[in-house]
Design a protein around this ligand. Structure first.
Ligand SMILES: [Fe+2]
Length: 240
């Protein structure tokens, strides 16, 4: 299982290469493919070529929601109005077909194997452990494996944007016979991602992004302060 790619193509390629060499039977992606990285369209294309089950993440949903509403000012609290230009920066680097693909992704995926119910979703279900033998979820960008009674709850961490102070990409392998999960960390060419961000004129402050990628952590910054970083691409980013 992999997830939280966040537009980081070098990290995605490195993880996929590692997964391929580990001879797993099935790959599932837990969503958040495009937003908050310099290569959103490239990551969606790469995942589509993998032909695997992909779930919708909150960032995917918000991006599609912004696309559908265009320049409308009718935004509620999510996404916040100050964040809208950032979504448009990503939308402008994706095809209409990419957005259509993201819009059609399901919220969860359930599979039964060897009598076990495996439940996959982007966010952890509110009542974790009540309806599955294994609950696999992403969203936190922090890898974890926990046994809660008879239920295994596991999170692969993030491919493209780690938040556990380890810069490496992360994925999870599930042994469905023993019902055991294992986290694998993968080094990738982070300098390639940084260069892609510089080349693309990334909407987020590149120094902030570089620091976050290299440290595996980012200090949350209010959207209205981050907005200073995008002054150089004003109206162009607002699709009507
Ligand atoms: Fe995410």
């Amino acid at each position: 299982m992999l997830g939280d790619v966040h537009g980081n193509l070098p990290a995605l390629k490195a993880v996929y290469s590692s997964i391929e060499s580990s001879r797993v039977n099935q790959v599932i992606c837990l969503g958040d493919l495009a937003f908050k990285g310099p290569q959103p369209g490239e990551c969606v294309s790469f995942i589509r070529r993998m032909s695997i089950p992909v779930l919708s993440g909150n960032a995917d949903e918000e991006l599609c929601s912004v696309y559908k509403r265009g320049s409308s000012n009718s935004y509620a609290d999510r996404p916040t109005p100050a964040s809208i230009p950032y979504y448009h920066w990503h939308i402008d680097r994706m095809t209409r077909d990419d957005i259509k693909y993201l819009s059609a992704l399901p919220g969860c995926y359930v599979q039964t194997e060897n009598g076990s119910v495996l439940r996959f979703s982007h966010c952890a279900p509110p009542e974790t452990g009540q309806d599955g033998t294994a609950i696999i979820y992403g969203h936190t960008h922090v890898p974890s494996v926990m046994q809660r009674g008879h239920v295994l709850a596991a999170n692969p961490g993030a491919v493209g944007f780690s938040l556990d102070r380890d810069w490496r990409a992360s994925y999870l392998t599930l042994d469905t016979k023993r019902m055991q999960a294992e986290i694998t960390r993968v080094e990738y060419e982070v300098e390639e991602t940084i260069q892609a961000a510089r080349d693309a004129g990334f909407c987020f402050d590149v120094d902030w992004y570089v620091s976050a990628l290299r440290s595996g952590w980012w200090e949350p910054v209010p959207w209205d302060i981050r907005a200073r970083a995008i002054d150089h691409y004003p109206s162009k980013a607002r699709r009507s």
